[in-house]
Each structure stands twice: as structure tokens, then as C-alpha cells.
Design a protein around this ligand. Structure first.
Ligand SMILES: *Cc1c(COP(=O)(O)O)cnc(C)c1O
Length: 359
């Protein structure tokens, strides 16, 4: 199978080799060294300030989203949240569950965030802002500078879900002034699923210190205390943390995050150009594309039927959408261990389906 989904994605041979090894005991100086190296490289690739910290939680990316809210927000906050798809909706559900007062900015599927969406919320006493830098469900890459400026002017604590954009699109955590960025092991980090990575700026560390977290397992005070020596409070997904280490060093050896971002951008450009060249019956639904994924609306067939056909008859996974987008949108990812030849095969499959009058 060739995997064009947005996660789990294909891993490099070196990362997969780690998956085949015995999982080592982890309360050791060697494992601590691996963890501290992971922290150092994540900070470098995310362009953080020196006094920012990183924690690795054993949960998927959504666990990182909930952890951010439980540790850094409380009932005295007044949050703004962008909801332009299923991941924005998740933030809304989490804020509701944890009883954080909030206002939702609902954007139509596929629409970009514009200055006029924010104007009415200026100087209204908002204390926090939550968004996906890239709303993966509809493939919309939001204007983070616009949000960062709003947060600076209004003194908002910024929580950015970069789960599907870290290592795909440029991101400078220090420049945005974000308090927290969250990513996960199975997106562009291209490892097995199971680890959420959280980068915490000093503003987040202060909130964590002052806030009470009503969950022991996801209490960042404990995670931070342990991470001082490269450890975790509980047994982590040791094997995946070792995969992350190999992957981060691979990226470093290639020339760093910018080289990986350029590689991803080139795959996206290549695929999008082929779509146009062959005049395939798909419309790109997003006003503002990330390099991570191309969201497509097929004009002649159900998106989900195309996903099934490509999986069952051509041995490839494109990424289906759920809920009310199931028949409308499917996505083609550009993250993980993929090459241009893989896209040639996918394009050939689409052309074949058109010849057979399926699309
Ligand atoms: C994948 C993803 C998540 C988290 O999903 P998990 O299945 O919990 O790993 C959250 N936000 C965005 C933007 C994502 O792409």
C-alpha cells in the first residue's frame, strides 16, 4: 500500500528499524539523553526561545490539546476559538467540557481567516486564543501572523495546534509569541502514533505553575519536573520516543526543518501541477493551502467511493473525510516518506478511473 493519508504516514527505514527492536528499559542515563536531545531538536525546529520547554506525553495529539486546556486555562479566562472544521470543533468541545468561558469564531469549510473575522473581538477582554494553524479536515492553513498580532494587542495567551503543519509549513514560535504549540508523532514527524509533543513558552510555564490541573496523568507540573532530567512521570511510549529521536536527527542531517518543509512543499506542488495538467475532475476546496495536504472535492463521484476504490483496486490510501464531509471531500497528503514517483502512480490511478468512467 502507498499511504497518502495525513497520519499515520509512511516512516523512513531507520524509523521502522527502531520499531522492530526490543523496547529498552528507560530509567537510565541513556534514555534521558535521548529525551533531552529530542527536546533540543524540537526547540530548534520550532524556533523557540531558549527558556522554552518541551514535554512528550503518551497520548495522541488530541491528548495534547486537552492537556493544554486543563493545565493553562481556568474559569477566569475568556477564550476565542477558531472553528473551521473537525479539529476546531474539538477545541470547542474541550472548552465546553472543562467549563472555560469562550466565544467561537465559526468559519465556513475551506474559508481562510481574514482581518474582518477578528475586528469585533478587539478590546473585549479576551485572555486566550486557540486555533489550528492548519485545519487538517478541510486543508485550510490559517494566517497565524494575523492571530499573533491580535494576541499581542489584546494580551491573549495563544495555544496553537500545529499537529499537521509542524515540519510542513514555516513556523516560528518565538515570532508568533505563542504560549503553547502542540504536535503529534504520526503526522509530519512520521513515526508511529502515540506521542503528543508540547512546546511550552515561559508564559505557559507561568500558567501551569499557577493553575490547578484536575488530572494526575496529564499534569504538566509533574511532566516538567521529570523532564528536567529527561524523564517522564509514567512509563512513556519508549519505542516511539526513540523513533522520534532517529527522525529528528535524520532531519538535522538533511539540513534542518527548512529542508524538510521545502521537500514537503515540492511534493505538494508536483501533485497539484499534475492534477491541472491532466484536467482531473477534482476541485481544490481550500482558499489557503498548507503544504501538508491537498483537499479535493470530486465533481463527478462521491469522495468516499473514490477512497474505497483507490484502496481496494489500486493499493493506495488517500485520506477520507468523516461526518458531513464524507462524500464531499477526500484529501491527498504530502507528509511522511513519499516520493514523486508515488504521486505518478496515484495520478495514473485517477486517469484509469476516468477512462473507466468511474469519475
Ligand atoms: C491529527 C490532528 C489532531 C490530533 O489527532 P489525533 O488523532 O488525536 O492524533 C489534532 N489537530 C489536528 C490539526 C490534526 O491534524
Amino acid at each position: 500500500m502507498i499511504n497518502f493519508t495525513v497520519g499515520p504516514v509512511q516512516s523512513s527505514d531507520a524509523v521502522r528499524a527502531i520499531g522492530a527492536e526490543q523496547v529498552p528499559y528507560f530509567r537510565t542515563a541513556e534514555f534521558s539523553e535521548t529525551m533531552l536531545e529530542n527536546e533540543r531538536l524540537i526547540k530548534k525546529f520550532a524556533h523557540t526561545t531558549e527558556n522554552s520547554r518541551v514535554v512528550f506525553l503518551t497520548c495522541s495529539g488530541s491528548g495534547g490539546m486537552e492537556t493544554a486546556i486543563m493545565n493553562c486555562l481556568n474559569k477566569n479566562d475568556k477564550a476565542l476559538v477558531i472553528n473551521g472544521g473537525s479539529f476546531g470543533e474539538r477545541f470547542v468541545e474541550l472548552l465546553t467540557l472543562h467549563e472555560i468561558p469562550f466565544t467561537e469564531i465559526k468559519l465556513e469549510y475551506g474559508k481562510a481567516l481574514k482581518p474582518e473575522h477578528l475586528v469585533q473581538y478587539e478590546r473585549q477582554g479576551y485572555t486566550a486564543f486557540l486555533l489550528q494553524k492548519h485545519e487538517t479536515s478541510t486543508g485550510v492553513h490559517y494566517d497565524i501572523d494575523l492571530v499573533a498580532d491580535f494576541c499581542t494587542r489584546n494580551g491573549c495567551f495563544l495555544i496553537v495546534d500545529t499537529i499537521s503543519t509542524f515540519l510542513c509549513d514555516p513556523f516560528d514560535m518565538e515570532a508568533t509569541g505563542a504560549g503553547i504549540m502542540i504536535t503529534g508523532s504520526q503526522k509530519a514527524l512520521a513515526c508511529a502514533p502515540g506521542i503528543a509533543v508540547m512546546v511550552l513558552a515561559p508564559s505557559a510555564l507561568k500558567r501551569i505553575e499557577e493553575n490547578k490541573c484536575s488530572c494526575q496523568y496529564l499534569d504538566l507540573k509533574l511532566a516538567l519536573e521529570n523532564m528536567e532530567r529527561g524523564q517522564t512521570p509514567w512509563t512513556p511510549a519508549v519505542g516511539i520516543l526513540r523513533q522520534i529521536n532517529v527522525r529528528l536527527k535524520e532531519i538535522e542531517a538533511m539540513g534542518g526543518a527548512e529542508v524538510e518543509i521545502a521537500r514537503c512543499a515540492e511534493l505538494a506542488r508536483y501533485f497539484r501541477e499534475k492534477l491541472v495538467q491532466h484536467d482531473l475532475p477534482f476541485e481544490i476546496v481550500s482558499e489557503s493551502l498548507s503544504n501538508a495536504v491537498t483537499p479535493l472535492h470530486p465533481t463527478t463521484q462521491s469522495a468516499f467511493e473514490i477512497f474505497l476504490k483507490i484502496k481496494d483496486e489500486y493499493g493506495m490510501w488517500v485520506c477520507p473525510n468523516g461526518g458531513d464531509m464524507k462524500d464531499m471531500i477526500f484529501r491527498v497528503g504530502h507528509i511522511g516518506y513519499l516520493q514523486k514517483e508515488d504521486y505518478d502512480k496515484l495520478i495514473a490511478a485517477f486517469i484509469d478511473l476516468r477512462e473507466k468512467k468511474f469519475i
